[in-house]
Structure formats: structure tokens, C-alpha cells
Design a protein around this ligand. Sequence first.
Ligand SMILES: Nc1nc2c(ncn2[C@@H]2O[C@H](COP(=O)(O)OP(=O)(O)O[C@H]3O[C@H](CO)[C@@H](O)[C@H](O)[C@@H]3O)[C@@H](O)[C@H]2O)c(=O)[nH]1
Ligand SMILES: [Mg+2]
Length: 254
Amino acid sequence: MNPNFLKHILKCLFQKMTNPEYSILLPTYNERENLPIMVYLLEKYLKDISYEIIVIDDGSPDGTQDVCKKLQKAYGEDKVVLRPRPSKLGLGTAYIHGLKFAKGKFIIIMDADLSHHPKYIPEMIELRKRKNLDIVIGTRYSQGGGVSGWNLKRKVLSKRGNICSSLVLDFRVSDSTGSFRVYRKDVFKDLVSKCISKGYVFQMEIMFRAQRDGLKIGEVPIAFVDRFYGSSKYGVNEFYDWAKNLWKLFSTVE
Ligand SMILES: Nc1nc2c(ncn2[C@@H]2O[C@H](COP(=O)(O)OP(=O)(O)O[C@H]3O[C@H](CO)[C@@H](O)[C@H](O)[C@@H]3O)[C@@H](O)[C@H]2O)c(=O)[nH]1
Ligand SMILES: [Mg+2]
């Protein structure tokens, strides 16, 4: 028998018997085209990493869950775990829901629409280990990072949003609103339990609390590429929600 094949079988058996080290939380709403490519890329770039993917789908009308069930057949139900909710309940609470089922010691959060490329994950993991960090964020706004494909309005909103929240909440990280992060699970659980935000502003509140708690945070520059399939769920309402919550955080958190 080919020794590499034997090694692969033994690795699969070992992973089946033990808990994965990393739980990747993938919130989805109408991502039927993106999800299969995402899972394929994760498998490709995380070959030597023990992980599970938890898909939190909010009753997507486009059939994302059917696609996810096919992926479970292809990759195994312990590799692709489907934990749906009945309706669109917001990005922040999707992570909280997924966390309840996570078996890994570490949590990775990322978008399912390929804007966050899995190729950055090994570097994020390596940095966390090397510096013994609590959180590693994928940043668009430090040297080496960037955004591609957004129109000028969205670019300005995001960049100004980051500058504005840094001024109001005194952020020392360069990207407080992005959603590509690696957390120690206990740290994530604790932060989530204190969070009041439900939508997109969740990331900012978590980062604010993490910084206030004196957690060790590192950054890896990433190129954020706008989605090719489907459309963003970020609209005017999400922006108002973000601005309202920024103010709420500033005025209520002691
Ligand atoms: N389950 C669930 N998933 C959701 C919901 N809203 C959005 N998602 C999923 O969350 C991910 C990000 O949503 P997008 O709609 O693609 O966000 P974006 O416009 O690309 O915004 C990006 O930039 C923001 C600001 O920097 C980030 O806060 C955001 O997470 C994302 O990275 C996608 O996988 C999408 O399917 C929801 O209510 N429920
Ligand atoms: Mg997106």
C-alpha cells in the first residue's frame, strides 16, 4: 500500500476519534454558489490542520442548506456540520449560535462568500501560536492588506467607519470591523457573553471589549476581495445600526 495513502487513512481515523482543534464558523445567507468553493478551498489550504466547519444558515431561500447537505455527504458530517436557524437573525447572533456546537479549542470566523481567502488561515494560526495570542485578526487596513472590488462609497464607508470607531473607542487594532479572525474558544465565549450587539457591529464591540480586557491581539494583512456570486447583505439599515451602536457603546460601557 502507498505509504502516503496509509498516512492519510490514519490521519482521518485519528481525527474521527478526537475533537478537531479548530472550529470554523461560517454564517450563510443565500450562499449556494459560494459554499462549495469555500469548503473546497478550506480543505485545500488546511490539509495539515484538524478542523470542522460549522455552517450557520438562516433559512436561505436559495437552497444553501440543500447544497450544504450534499457537501456533508462528500466531506463527512463531522467535517461539515450544519446548524441552521429558521430565519435571518443577524450576523452577530449567528456566531453565538454556531459557538454552542463548536468542538475545537480555537474558533475561526470568516465570511462564506470567498471574500476571506482560506490561504491566510495557516499564517494566522502560526502567528497565534508563536506569540501565544488570544486573538488574531485578518486586517485590510495595515501594510500588505487591502480591499478589492468594492465601489468607492463602500470603501469610504468602511475606511471612515474604522477611523471613526478608532477615534471614539480608542482602537489599537487597524481593522475593528472585519470578520476574519482566530480566537481562543474560552476567550470568544467570554466576549460573546458580554456583547449586546446583534448585527454587523458585533465585530467592533467584541474588539472593543477584547482590548479593554487586555487580551493579546495580533494582525495578519489580508486582501479582501468582494464577492463574485450573490450580493452583500450590508445595506443602509446595517450602517445606521452600526452608527447607533457605536454611540451606544461609547456612552454606556463603563
Ligand atoms: N446566518 C447569517 N449569515 C449572514 C447574515 N447576514 C450576512 N450573513 C453572512 O455573513 C457573511 C458576510 O456577509 P456579506 O453580506 O457578504 O457582508 P459584506 O458586505 O461583504 O461585509 C463585509 O465587511 C463588513 C465590514 O467590514 C464585515 O463586518 C462583514 O462581516 C463582511 O466581512 C456572508 O457569509 C453572509 O452570507 C445573517 O443574518 N445570518
Ligand atoms: Mg461579503
